[in-house]
Design a protein around this ligand. Sequence first.
Ligand SMILES: Cc1cc2nc3c(=O)[nH]c(=O)nc-3n(C[C@H](O)[C@H](O)[C@H](O)COP(=O)(O)OP(=O)(O)OC[C@H]3O[C@@H](n4cnc5c(N)ncnc54)[C@H](O)[C@@H]3O)c2cc1C
Length: 476
Amino acid sequence: MRHARGQSLPDWLALRTGNLGVFPDGVAYPTSTGDVRDLLTYAKEAEAFIIPYGGGTSVVGHITPEERGNPVLTIDMGRMNRLLSLDKESQIATFGAGAAGPDIEAQLRAQGYTLGHFPQSFEFSTLGGWVATRSSGQQSLRYGRIEHLFAGGQLEAPAGTLEIPPFPASAAGPDMREMVLGSEGRLGILTDVKLRVTPLPEWERFHVVFFPDWQTAVAAVRSAAQARIPLSMLRLGSSVETETQLTFAGHERLIALFERLLSWRGIRVEKCMLMFGVTGTRVQCRTALKQALQICKRNKGVHTGTYMGRKWAQSRFLAPYLRNSLWEKGYAVDTLETATNWQSVDQMVNAIESALSGVLESEGERIHVFTHLSHLYPQGSSIYTSYIFRVGKTYEETLARWQRLKMAASKVIVANGGTISHQHGIGVDHAPYLVTEKGPLGIATIETLCRQFDPNGMMNPGKLLRSFPLPGNKIQ
Ligand SMILES: Cc1cc2nc3c(=O)[nH]c(=O)nc-3n(C[C@H](O)[C@H](O)[C@H](O)COP(=O)(O)OP(=O)(O)OC[C@H]3O[C@@H](n4cnc5c(N)ncnc54)[C@H](O)[C@@H]3O)c2cc1C
């Protein structure tokens, strides 16, 4: 049952209500590359589909088996979780691809290093999953997205073994790393992954600044990103998100007092909260902090120090558990994300929020929608929207509400020229929108790549590409 579903809202509803649908017919736990090869051979003989499984934290249906007539074998990589080697001179670590966030950081920290990849699913998600979905961590501004950290490794495919050597850089034609990144289990199984690691930072602090409104706040973070100040994180909440977060924080009296103090400095109801991280040597942090605060001040920001940042750091992976408490109160919560150029950020935020707000109006339902920008680039930003809606009377009703909300937001994202995913990947939920982004030739190219690695179409069917193998097709 635990391998039948991931962590998307439909998955979560299914798990809560027992409407699980299709199960894998078997779950295997390889402990070596040899085991993985044997499993590929076995699956071919048994005419089974294979689903590579990391931590099962997919939020877009990556690991859910589909009814296609053949048996399904899920391959859980969780036992291949060791640090296999650490080249301190080149700062390259090799890990088993099933290593989850805590496995990685504990083994690296023992030797004075960090990977610095902290998605909010850090506790459970794995290296293989990160690479296969093009994941992004909370401090990607300093450490980079997984595509910057992924230096190479080994992939076992039905058609053979692909070894990707870890060059610092290469001009030798198209990059095989790029083909494996985002492959969502369609090409084969990553067995080990080579990573670019960093010595542990000497100093790290998370600062909070409040801005009077969204426009000034966005101007400030865009300037900071474009000035390439070496911050480790920038996370800007809209006024609704800021208010929601302050409410969820509890401590009603303390927050009221804090808001009164802010209002004396001109920060009132439309306030937007920015959190930024400084990470590195003390000298680097001091310089980055000074530069960032100068920009904030120029944009009417009020610096409130590191207390809230410290609290955030202590509970940075806990927010998703609120989903359970909200459910008990009769509410479902989901999130979605995109990225677009600065020119369109504002328009995109408005379009997504108004699309979501209006979807259930005919049913008399109101949706609580709020947004933050959390991965910022000189060119543009990711946009991350959360929405809370009332649970329906039945599983089907709640699922139907979610489907309408998700479809409305996804259509608006592609219509406004945003990517259908900045960090969660495609899976099943985003697959219908991929062609808008890649074009027919792009889709055909990805299909050809899949066929080359997996000629019989046995790897994770229906994910990323709906077209190959055709729904209901049996393995040839
Ligand atoms: C609460 C929550 C917060 C999240 N926050 C973030 C976030 O901040 N940033 C972010 O990027 N994502 C986030 N996600 C999404 C999710 O964690 C990522 O997509 C993650 O990369 C999935 O990793 P996983 O190991 O759990 O993979 P799984 O969910 O097990 O699998 C995902 C895909 O990867 C493939 N795969 C897994 N392992 C391998 C392997 N060894 N070889 C080949 N293919 C493989 C699977 O077949 C599948 O297609 C969040 C999810 C949740 C539930």
